[in-house]
Design a binder for this molecule. Structure first.
Ligand code: NBY
Length: 824
């Protein structure tokens, strides 16, 4: 009998089938029973039952893509901050309700089981989370796509707070197994490293380069299925784990002496052992360069293998079939690696290989901070990747001679600036320049940021290639960041605008017509209240602090950075505290300031700011004089699953970076979408949020990009602001006392120092007065419940633009030129 192709309908489970499947997996996959199963076993059994659905669709997707020989996007990113997958996969397969009922009949609560899942924290912050939202959207929009990254054994460190200070603990997300990943030993790759390059005579005459590797590392792929919303397309995220290779060139490697095989194994495994916890740059670290090369080389080999399976060694279709996106400069080495494979291994001539490369790659920039632009010393490159260094020199020489010299004849200053190689005591490879030179498109992540990339960061490149620079404003997936994390608001929206909004977030805009409607306002604010009450319990459980859902929940959640200015928030809270101490009747609605943030372990001042927030919290939260009007909460171990609890409960969203420094921000989008008002500078995507929601519905403050530039050009002196504002002066002087650190005066002095003697590079003091006024405005608005409700409803309803589906469609239209592919 011919097997009929299963349709989505055929695949869809009912409650009893799902329940039976969970119990079956509990017994046969987990080897336990209903009587003695732990919550963890139930969670894994549930995941296994869901996987039956996932795998059917995965296979069908892969067969369809293969048969249709589709063009695909390969998203290379050193980070994918996936968080948890259970609720997401259930929602995307339309199984959430059914699963809730099935587990209910088994006496279990789905939300409790979801809490069993460790976060997949394979990223630092916004950049990694963006990659996770993008692969969700790619699958949802039925675009053929593969995410490529690193299978870190340890993700971003777990943060503990001890006596107010951050302590880093290893994160072991897969210690007891991860039900969502599949090992693919059949697709293992071998990656060369170190060694030397030899020039030999090739078969066709002419010279040929041969790289004799000093050692080889095995790359083992782990696939995480990525289920699109609606469950049609299931793409994969392929993460590479490093292992010791069987191959070992003793002659070369052993020159320095005997290394036992266990040590070699440990070295090989070190490559994917841990995520670098720095969200600026770790350039200079040999292991980091090797991590980058390792996952890029594995991915390029994987892409090649799949291409050659269909097209053999005919590379004329390569650029038509393959698009590769570089998520920041971390995967830049993929460019010389593809050149190396095409020229050295596939025998293409340089021009043909370069024509392919240039069409295949595109690069997304996420930062303008000079210290965050990656540079590697030439000597390190030469040691680890000798052949790639040669290729980079060749790319550079051709670029300078063929493009720069004709355009700016004899201009050595411009040549020095645009060269991939930075000259100096230590010669360096500039990865950003290599990215721009080797990519057909370069994009920033919000309008203002893209403008600055073009005008300030890469102006000469933009002159050479006016078409190359473009913008794609970031977005977030409304499935995770509304449907799953805020079920009550999701249900209200489905009732009012229909069930299509998770795919067409623009549909929410029609809700603005109810912004003045008393009944709707009440429904909306009741939901916010419920979310806040849930958070009250989480805060109590995590920190022991009592807060009231009556208060305004004012939330700043993001990595700790001077440019993000948690210190501005901190000194403003101190100012409020002073006002309350001076006048116990000081008129303000009770406020809870909530922080969630990790600092890079080596970033001293960032850690001092965490300490100061915690010490301030201790003092304020236990001061009866202020009658509970002010509370400060630092939530330890901020991560995706915690964000999912904080964001639906936020009233105020703190987006207070120095204008020009936050490329986009994405937490700003999530909080506005869930009904928070943004207090923010005109920076990154805040500008576009205010455009969508209306400036009157946001509390915008501070210097804009031009004003920041001109103040810096005039010569900014923080003392001008210190002496001119007595409140600001008093607050800063407080840091020198032991008011917050009894018996230990000066423990917080580093913060004051950075803001005065340190020159306050991020203009905290310059923006303080305006920030304080914006907070007063927020307070006045909140005390008018109808006005507040109206503003937050409008914010939530107008965030349609910030759907990551829209971002992906922009990438497709402006950069990738993909066609969507229907799967079943
Ligand atoms: O990317 C963030 C930006 O700060 C934010 O404005 C933007 O919204 C987001 C998405 O476009 N950048 C970011 O998260 N960067 C990192 O996490 C990061 C990680 C590692 C390294 C550098 C930056 N590194 O050099 O290793």
């Amino acid at each position: 009998m011919a097997t009929k192709k299963k349709t989505d309908q055929d695949l869809q489970l009912d409650k009893d089938q799902l329940k039976a499947s969970i119990v079956r997996h509990l017994r046969s996959t987990l080897g336990t029973s209903e009587q003695k199963a732990s919550p963890e076993a139930w969670w894994k059994a549930t995941a296994a039952a869901v996987n039956e659905q996932v795998y059917e669709r995965l296979t069908r997707t892969q067969q369809t893509h293969f048969k249709k020989d589709t063009r695909a996007i390969h998203y290379l990113s050193a980070e994918f901050l996936m968080g948890r997958l259970t609720s997401n996969n259930l929602h995307n397969l339309s199984l959430y309700k059914i699963c809730e009922e099935a587990l209910g009949e088994l006496g279990l609560e789905l939300t409790d089981l979801c809490e069993q899942e460790p976060d997949m924290a394979l990223g630092n912050g916004g950049l990694g989370r963006l990659a996770a939202c993008f692969i969700d959207s790619l699958a949802t929009l039925n675009y053929p796509a593969v995410g490529y990254g690193i299978h870190y054994e340890h993700g971003l460190f777990r943060q503990e707070i001890q006596d107010g200070r951050q302590i880093e603990r290893p994160d072991s997300w897969r210690e007891y197994g991860n039900p969502w990943e599949i090992c693919r030993p059949e697709s293992v790759q071998e990656i060369p490293l170190y060694g030397y390059v030899e020039t030999v005579f090739g078969d066709k005459g002419g010279l040929k380069k041969v790289w004799h590797a000093g050692r080889k590392i095995k790359g083992v792929p782990w696939d995480i299925p990525v289920v699109g919303f609606g469950g049609h397309t299931v793409n994969i995220l392929r993460l590479w784990e490093s292992r010791a290779s069987e191959f070992f060139d003793w002659d070369v490697f052993n020159a320095g002496g005997y290394i036992d095989s266990q040590a070699e194994k440990a070295q090989a495994e070190t490559i994917s052992k841990v995520l670098y916890p720095n969200d600026e740059t770790d350039a200079g670290k040999e292991l980091r360069l090797i991590q980058q090369y390792f996952f890029c080389a594995c991915s390029i080999k994987d892409i090649m293998r799949r291409y050659k399976r269909v097209h053999g060694s005919d590379f004329r279709n390569f650029a038509a079939q393959i698009a590769i996106q570089l998520n920041d400069t971390h995967p830049t080495v993929a460019i010389p690696e593809l050149m190396r494979v095409l020229v050295d291994e596939e025998d293409l001539n340089w021009d043909a290989a370069w024509a392919i490369c240039y069409q295949v790659f595109s690069y997304t920039n996420h930062t303008l901070l000079p210290e965050a632009l990656e540079k590697w010393s030439v000597s390190l490159f030469e040691k680890v990747l000798p052949r790639h260094l040669e290729i980079i020199y060749e790319i550079n020489a051709r670029f300078l001679n063929e493009l720069v010299e004709p355009k700016w004849p004899g201009n050595d200053a411009i040549k020095a600036k645009l060269s991939i190689i930075e000259e100096g005591d230590v010669r360096k490879v500039r990865m950003g320049n290599l990215c721009v030179i080797g990519s057909c498109k370069v994009n920033g992540v919000a309008e203002i940021h893209s403008k600055l990339v073009k005008e300030d960061l890469f102006p000469e490149y933009a002159e050479l290639w006016p078409e190359k620079m473009c913008n794609v404003t970031n977005g977030v997936t409304p499935r995770r960041w509304l449907l799953a994390c805020n079920p009550e608001l999701a249900a209200l929206y489905s009732e009012v605008v229909g069930k299509e909004w998770p795919l067409q977030l623009d549909k929410l805009r029609s809700v603005t017509k109810f912004a003045d409607d008393k009944a709707f306002q009440q429904q909306f604010m009741t939901i916010k209240r419920h979310n806040k009450e849930k958070l009250v319990k989480v805060i109590k459980a995590e920190t022991g602090i009592d807060v009231s859902a009556e208060a305004i929940f004012d939330v700043q959640i993001k990595r700790l950075h001077e440019y993000k200015r948690q210190q501005l928030n901190l000194i403003h809270i101190m100012a409020l505290y002073r006002r309350l101490l001076a006048n116990p009747d000081y008129d303000m609605h009770p406020r809870v300031f909530i922080f969630g943030s990790k600092a890079a372990p080596g970033y001293k001042l960032a850690k001092d700011i965490i300490y100061a927030i915690n010490k301030l919290a201790e003092r304020v939260n236990n001061d009866a004089r202020i009658q509970g009007k002010l509370k400060v909460v630092f939530m330890p171990n901020y991560r995706v699953s915690l964000a999912e609890k904080l964001i639906p409960a936020a009233d105020v969203s703190e987006q207070i970076s120095t204008a020009g420094y936050e490329a986009s921000g994405t937490g700003n989008m999530k909080m506005a979408l869930n009904g928070a008002i943004t207090i923010g500078t005109l920076d990154g995507a805040n500008i576009e949020i205010a455009e969508e929601a209306g400036a009157e519905n946001c509390a915008i403050f501070g210097l804009n990009v031009d004003e920041v530039k001109s103040l810096k050009a005039r010569g900014y002196n923080p003392y001008d602001f210190y002496y001119a504002n007595s409140e600001l002066k008093a607050v800063l002087d407080w840091f020198d006392t032991d008011y917050f650190t009894p018996g230990r005066p000066g423990e917080l002095a580093s913060i004051k120092r950075s803001l005065l003697e340190g020159g306050d590079p991020y203009l905290t003091l310059a923006d303080f007065a305006s920030y304080s006024e914006a907070h007063k405005l927020i307070d006045t608005w909140y005390r008018d419940p109808a006005l507040w409700a109206k503003k937050v409803i409008i914010n939530s309803a107008t965030m349609g633009k910030f759907n990551s589906d829209r971002s992906i469609q922009d990438y497709v239209d402006r950069i990738w030129k993909l066609k969507s592919c229907n799967v079943g």
